[in-house]
Design a protein around this ligand. Structure first.
Ligand code: NAP
Length: 461
C-alpha cells in the first residue's frame, strides 16, 4: 500500500487529491507550521497532543487527538517535540510499530548527546522506521513562505521505503530532498543548523585581525608620528584617510589569499608527483572558503571606491588645494604640468577602475543564480583566468600608486614603510610563483599529474 502510494506521489506530487494522512506529534511552533504547509499541499493532517483542545493557532482543517488516537490514523508520524520529552513515546511503542517516525529535532549545542536524536528515537521505539528530515527548515520560513535560501531538506534513514515516503512529502511541499544516506548521518544533519556561517569564520576573523593590525600601523605612521615630530594634529585621519588606506590593502591581500592556496596546492602536487594524496587539512579548509575570502575582499574594494569618491569634498583636501593655489599666486609662479605624474596618476586610476570592474564581475559570477547558468569550463575560466587578471590589475594599480615613492626615504616613518607596500608582498609572491608555474617545464608535468599521472605510485597508497 505504502509503496504504491509513495510512487504515485513521486510521479504526480501536486495533482493527486488523495494524499495519505500525516500525523504530527506536538502542536508547538514547528508542528503547526509544518501542519499548515501540509494542509496547503493537500495532506489531511492530524495532530497528536497532550491536550485535545483545539486553539485558533492550530490550522482549522486539522484534527487534534491524543497521541495514541492520532498515531493510529497515519502511517507517517512527524515528531515535532524536543528530544528531552521523547520518553512519552515508550508506552506508545506498540501503536508506533511499523510506522514511519520523522525526527525533525535540533539541539542547542553541537554533538550535545553521544548519539543523534534520530538514533535515540529509534532506540526508544525499535519497531518504528525512523527518518531524519526537516530540521534545517525553520518554522518561520515554513509559515512565511520565505524558503528560497533553505529549500533543501536533508533526509537520512535506514529504511529505504520509509525514506522515499518522506522524500515524496518533502517534494510535495515544494522543497528539495537531499538523501544523506543511513541514520548514521543524522548527527551531522543535526549539527548543520548550529554551524554559524562555517565558511565565513576564517575570512571574517582574518579580516578583523588585519584591520586591527593596519589600523594601529597607520595610526602610528600617519597620526602619532607627525604629532611627535611636528606637533601636527592629524587625528581626523581616523575618519576617512586611515579607512581608505586599510580597505584597499585588505582587498588586495584577501584577493591574493584567494589564489595563494591554488599555487601552494600546485607546488605540493608537483613535489609529491601525484594528485591522489590528500592536502593538509588547513589547505583543504582554506580552499573551501576561497569564495568567501573573495567576497570579503570585494566588500573592502567597494568601500575603497566609496571613500575615494568623497576625497574631493573633504575639507582637508579643499584646504590643501586652495593653499597650493594661493602659494603659487603669492610666489607668482605656476607649476608646469608634469606629464610623467599625469601619466602615473591616470594609469593608476585606469588600472583601479578596470580592476574593480573585473572584481565585481568575479563577485557576480560567484552568485549561485549566475554560476548555475554557466558550465564548469566557463566558471573556471571566469574564476581563474579573470581572477588572475583582476589580481594583476589591482597589484599594478597599487604599484603605480607607489610610483617613485618606493625608494624615497621620506615615505618611511620610524623605518615603517607605507601600508600599500606591505599589501604588495603576498600578491607579488602569488603572481611570481604563478608565473613560474605556467612555464612549460612545470606546467606540463603539473597538467599530467592533474590528469592522473603519478611519478611515484607508492605515494597514492
Ligand atoms: P515548541 O514550540 O516548544 O513545541 C514543542 C511541542 O512539544 C509543544 O507544543 C508540546 O505540544 C510538545 N511537548 C512539550 N512538552 C512535552 C512533553 N513533556 N511530552 C510530550 N509533548 C510535549 O517547539 P518547536 O519550536 O515547535 O520545535 C519542535 C521540534 O521541532 C524540536 O525538536 C525542534 O528542535 C524542531 N525544530 C524546530 C524548528 C523551529 O523553527 N521552531 C525548526 C526545525 C526543527 P503539545 O502541547 O501539543 O503536546
Amino acid at each position: 500500500m505504502k509503496k504504491n502510494s509513495s510512487n504515485a506521489m513521486a510521479l504526480a506530487p501536486n495533482t493527486s487529491n488523495k494524499r495519505e494522512t500525516v500525523c504530527i506529534f506536538g502542536t508547538g511552533d514547528f508542528g503547526r507550521a509544518l501542519g499548515h504547509k501540509m494542509i496547503q499541499s493537500g495532506y489531511p493532517v492530524v495532530f497528536g497532543s497532550r491536550s485535545t483542545q483545539t486553539s485558533s493557532l492550530i490550522p482549522k482543517d486539522a484534527e487534534v487527538l491524543s497521541h495514541a488516537e492520532a498515531a493510529q490514523k497515519a502511517a507517517i508520524i512527524i515528531i515535532a517535540i524536543q528530544r528531552q520529552h521523547y520518553n512519552f513515546l515508550t508506552p506508545l511503542a506498540e501503536i508506533l510499530h511499523g510506522k514511519v517516525l520523522v525526527d525533525v529535532s535540533n539541539n542547542s549545542k553541537i554533538n550535545q548527546y553521544p548519539e543523534s536524536n534520530a538514533e535515540y528515537l529509534s532506540q526508544l521505539v525499535p519497531g518504528a522506521k525512523v527518518v531524519k528530515a526537516f530540521n534545517t527548515v525553520s518554522a518561520w520560513a515554513l509559515q512565511s513562505g520565505t524558503l528560497d535560501a533553505s529549500r533543501q531538506v536533508f533526509v537520512c534513514g535506514d529504511d529505504m521505503e520509509a525514506k522515499q515516503m518522506v522524500m515524496d512529502i518533502v517534494r510535495a511541499l515544494g522543497l528539495t530532498p537531499l538523501d544523506q544516506g543511513s541514520l548514521l548521518a543524522a548527527q551531522e544533519i543535526e549539527n548543520y543548523p548550529l554551524q554559524l556561517f562555517p565558511m565565513w569564520k576564517f575570512p571574517i576573523f582574518l579580516s578583523l585581525g588585519l584591520i586591527a593590525f593596519f589600523f594601529f600601523y597607520s595610526l602610528t605612521r600617519d597620526v602619532i608620528y607627525p604629532y611627535v615630530y611636528e606637533k601636527a594634529d592629524f587625528s581626523f585621519f581616523i575618519a576617512i584617510s586611515i579607512p581608505n588606506r586599510i580597505c584597499p590593502v585588505l582587498a588586495l591581500i584577501l584577493l591574493a589569499l584567494v589564489y595563494l592556496p591554488g599555487v601552494l596546492a600546485a607546488i605540493i602536487q608537483l613535489y609529491r608527483g601525484t594528485k591522489y594524496r590528500r592536502f593538509p587539512d588547513w589547505l583543504d579548509k582554506w580552499m573551501l572558503c576561497r569564495k568567501q575570502l573573495g567576497l570579503v575582499a570585494l566588500a573592502f574594494a567597494s568601500l575603497h571606491v566609496l571613500y575615494t569618491l568623497v576625497i574631493p569634498i573633504r575639507s582637508f583636501v579643499r584646504w590643501r588645494t586652495s593653499n597650493q593655489i594661493v602659494s603659487q599666486a603669492l610666489n607668482n609662479a605656476t607649476e608646469p604640468l608634469n606629464i610623467t605624474s599625469a601619466w602615473l596618476s591616470d594609469s593608476y586610476l585606469a588600472l583601479g577602475i578596470l580592476g574593480f570592474f573585473l572584481f565585481v564581475l568575479l563577485g557576480i559570477t560567484s552568485l549561485p543564480s549566475v554560476s548555475n547558468n554557466v558550465n564548469w569550463q566557463e566558471f573556471r575560466f571566469v574564476q581563474s583566468k579573470l581572477g588572475y587578471l583582476t589580481l594583476i590589475l589591482c597589484t599594478a594599480h597599487t604599484l603605480v600608486y607607489g610610483g617613485k615613492r618606493f625608494l624615497s626615504p621620506s615615505s618611511y616613518r620610524w623605518y615603517l614603510p607605507n601600508t600599500y607596500m606591505l599589501s604588495l608582498i603576498i600578491p607579488c609572491i602569488v603572481l611570481v610563483v604563478k608565473f613560474v608555474l605556467i612555464l612549460p617545464c612545470l606546467d606540463k608535468p603539473l597538467t599530467r599529474i592533474r590528469q592522473g599521472w603519478e611519478r611515484n605510485p607508492q605515494y597514492s597508497e
